[in-house]
Design a binder for this molecule. Structure first.
Ligand SMILES: Cc1cc2nc3c(=O)[nH]c(=O)nc-3n(C[C@H](O)[C@H](O)[C@H](O)COP(=O)(O)OP(=O)(O)OC[C@H]3O[C@@H](n4cnc5c(N)ncnc54)[C@H](O)[C@@H]3O)c2cc1C
Length: 373
């Protein structure tokens, strides 16, 4: 039963779903668009319930379970793993910050896969720390809000049903450092809102099946009950994200595992396993992979003195390890890894993409450094 996960249980992909996701990854990489068959299978499989509390129809699983599941998805389909990660992140934000009415309204549909959630925070020109947002929401006399602006790099654009959108609700303040800024607010906007227009115009080098694209808000009207968290205090919600222990490092670990598996298969196929130099290189890769997995597990377990910092470290370490592992595997594959469209080339681009996802690795470093002051 794929959806049968409790807080201490670990969700697992069924062999059938794993195969569908793997096949979908190859099609999506070639086409440069999300594979709808694989996405439909993920939505129908029950696993999207993982981060939703049990009282709202979810599995009530913890961050360790989310990380373990995201890693498994990434090992066969990194693009689908970031779609799932954003869905879990938004589900958790609603569970943590939603009013009882908001939780009852959205969480059951996010749990059973009827709705897929996405995060639309980034904008071109806003900066990685999202301090200079142009997208703004204006409150109208009847209490509703009207949203205008364009969001970039929204994973799941056009396939999601619900978007967690970060907007400015007060004049821009002077940059303060950190992630997000004072005067910013979150709204949940349905894909059926006539003022929300997705555009998949981004042709990415990696994560090509993740439907990462633009979202235009053109006079999108939302109710005040669609606001998630306190007005003007989205930065507090953002800061709480890393405390959960859910880590994009899990995507990096799954991607690196896929690269490692390619190296082992290649060495076996070419009869290279008899060479001690090859075996020892593989052991070196396996050791780095195991260390990356361990720090992601530590983030998910939330057992360190500062779980938020551990989550940042886990993203930094796992993404850097994944890029290095993918590059080393490409070298080990020799000319076979140098063909245009070679699987290892796609995995390397996918691994780079995780480093660029928010908070970007540079910003993670800054957030860790600021915590020392
Ligand atoms: C595959 C992929 C999927 C994504 N999915 C989503 C999504 O679903 N939702 C979403 O909202 N966004 C998403 N993003 C965007 C991501 O969250 C980043 O915030 C965004 O890409 C940063 O934009 P930039 O590199 O243009 O920023 P820039 O600010 O132009 O950054 C340029 C460089 O400077 C560094 N830098 C900038 N500001 C700082 C700072 N304050 N401290 C330290 N270093 C800094 C950056 O790390 C980067 O290396 C995705 C990105 C990718 C690549």
């Amino acid at each position: 039963m794929p959806g049968a996960v409790g807080s201490r249980m670990r969700p697992r992909l069924t062999p059938a779903l794993r195969a569908l996701l793997r096949e979908g990854a190859a099609r999506a990489d070639a086409a440069g668009e999300v594979d709808r068959e694989a996405l439909a299978a993920l939505r129908a499989g029950g696993l999207l319930a993982t981060a939703v509390p049990a009282e709202h129809g979810g599995a009530g699983a913890d961050a360790a379970a989310v990380n373990a599941l995201v890693e498994q998805i990434a090992a066969v389909n990194p693009s689908m793993a970031i779609i799932a990660f954003q869905h879990f992140a938004v589900s958790a934000r609603i569970a943590d910050w939603g009013t009882p009415r908001q939780r009852a309204r959205w969480l059951p549909s996010l749990a059973d896969g009827t709705w897929l959630a996405a995060s639309a925070w980034s904008e071109s020109g806003a900066g990685a720390a999202k301090q200079n947002l142009s997208t703004a929401a204006e409150r109208r006399a009847d209490g509703t809000w009207v949203l205008n602006g364009t969001k970039a790099f929204t994973t799941g654009a056009g396939v999601a049903d619900l978007y967690l959108v970060l907007v400015r609700t007060a004049p821009p303040a002077a940059p303060t450092g950190g992630y997000g800024a004072a005067g910013q607010t979150f709204f949940l906007v349905g894909a059926d809102n006539p003022g929300l227009v997705p555009d998949l115009g981004l042709d990415l080098a990696g994560m090509r099946g993740s439907a990462t694209g633009l979202i235009t808000l053109d006079g999108a009207v939302v109710a005040d009950s669609d606001r998630l968290g306190p007005e003007g205090e989205a930065a507090t919600v953002i800061a709480s994200v890393r405390e959960s222990g859910a880590s994009l490092g899990a995507v990096a670990v799954g991607t690196a595992q896929a690269a490692f598996d390619l190296a082992v298969a290649h060495a076996r196929d070419r009869g290279l396993m008899d060479l001690p130099a090859v075996r020892h290189r593989l052991v070196g890769l396996a050791t780095r992979l195991e260390a990356a997995r361990a720090v992601v597990e530590r983030a998910g377990a939330r057992t360190s003195a500062d779980p938020g910092l551990t989550t940042l470290h886990s993203k930094l370490h796992a993404t850097e390890a994944a890029e290095e592992i993918c590059l080393d595997v490409a070298r080990m594959l020799g000319s076979a890894g140098y063909r245009d469209g070679a699987h290892i080339g796609r995995l390397l681009a996918d691994a780079r993409g995780v480093s660029l996802m928010g908070p970007t690795n540079d910003l993670c470093r800054e957030l860790v450094a600021v915590s020392w002051t």
